[in-house]
Structures are given as structure tokens and as C-alpha cells.
Ligand binder design. Structure first.
Ligand SMILES: [Cu+2]
Length: 200
């Protein structure tokens, strides 16, 4: 009886000690990993929204629908909108708000910048396009009019990539054909929809 009890007690103590040691090792590893990572890696890219494909096919379309980005990196993206004009999203749509973006240090700020002017949302009837990655919680509404004194509609924002993965990015404004506006280029890969690959 006593022996069994002692054995059981010893087993529990060993188990606790192992768990504790493992915890220490894991937390030490965590520290080592974050120390080794150092400052956040950074990269930047430009995406252009065209009104017509190079082959003359009617757009609008993103000029790159196969984006490849490194994992765990602060990406600063500039979107040049060469297909201006505005459409409306239904009342209550969440896609007028900027989501999932960060400042230049990688801290969440849900802001985008039109020629340097920060904004956190656009009116739902002033939507030209969006850059949306639903699986990553990223949504950036793109205006259809340049900032005062500017010729070009240039929007800049940053976000931090996570681990490797393949995601769909798209525009969610009914900027295409048909009565709904979601026909034509809105429904075709390679136009207002593409693949974002995060490489580890
Ligand atoms: Cu669009």
C-alpha cells in the first residue's frame, strides 16, 4: 500500500519537475527566437489598378494578380488607382473601413494614406476599389479621386505577413459589369482578384 503510494507520489513529482523544466526550456527558446529575429524585416511593393488590360481587354484589373511576399515581414504597399470613378457599397457594408494595417513599425493602426494624408474609412458611396484579403483581415478602400493638388490616386499602407500560406486578394466594390457590377472583370481571376502567396 505504502509503496504504491510513494511510487505514485514520486511519479507525480517527476512529472511536475519535467513539466517545469520543459516550460523553462520552451520560454528560453521563445526568448532566443525573438532575440534572433531582431528588427522586423521590411519590403515594399507597388500595385496598379488599370482600366484596361495590356491586350485591350476591358478592366478594371490589378496589374499583378500573383503577388509573392516573404513571411513575417512588414510590407508597405502602394496602390496607384488608374481606374478612377466611384461606386457605392450597400449601407452597413464593413468594406468602407481600413482594417488590418499597421504603422511603419508594425503596430496596428487601421490606417491608409492618400498621398500622405491618413484615413481610416471612406464613405460607402465614394468607393472606387478595395484591396481586400479576407483570410488575413486586410481591407483597404481605395478612393476614386486624387488628394487635393495631386494628379495621381496613390494609396500607401503597411501590414505584417504571418507564416507561409496562399490567400485570395480581391476588390469588393461592384466595379465590374452587369446590373450588379460584380460581373465581367469582378468575377475573373487575373482582373480584380488574384493570389497572394506568403513564402516562409
Ligand atoms: Cu475594383
Amino acid at each position: 500500500m505504502t509503496t504504491t503510494r510513494t511510487r505514485r507520489l514520486t511519479a507525480i513529482i517527476v512529472l511536475l519537475a519535467t513539466t517545469f523544466t520543459l516550460g523553462l526550456i520552451l520560454s528560453a527558446c521563445g526568448r532566443a527566437a525573438s532575440a534572433a529575429q531582431g528588427p522586423l524585416q521590411k519590403t515594399s511593393m507597388t500595385l496598379t489598378i488599370l482600366d484596361q488590360a495590356p491586350d485591350g481587354h476591358d478592366g478594371p484589373l490589378f496589374d499583378n494578380t500573383n503577388i509573392v511576399l516573404p513571411a513575417h515581414t512588414l510590407v508597405t504597399m502602394t496602390i496607384i488607382n488608374k481606374d478612377p470613378g466611384e461606386d457605392a457599397l450597400p449601407a452597413g457594408s464593413p468594406y468602407g473601413a481600413v482594417k488590418g494595417t499597421t504603422d511603419s513599425a508594425g503596430k496596428a493602426n487601421n490606417s491608409a494614406y492618400l498621398s500622405g494624408h491618413a484615413y481610416t474609412a471612406l464613405a460607402l458611396d465614394k468607393m472606387s476599389h478595395t484591396f481586400t484579403v479576407p483570410q488575413l483581415g486586410i481591407n483597404v478602400p481605395i478612393p476614386g479621386t486624387p488628394a487635393a493638388g495631386q494628379k495621381e490616386i496613390a494609396v500607401t499602407f503597411s501590414f505584417v505577413t504571418g507564416g507561409a500560406g496562399k490567400y485570395t486578394f480581391q476588390c469588393l466594390v461592384p466595379c465590374g459589369d452587369g446590373p450588379s457590377g460584380y460581373g465581367g472583370p469582378m468575377a475573373m481571376k487575373g482582373f480584380m482578384m488574384g493570389t497572394l502567396t506568403v513564402q516562409g
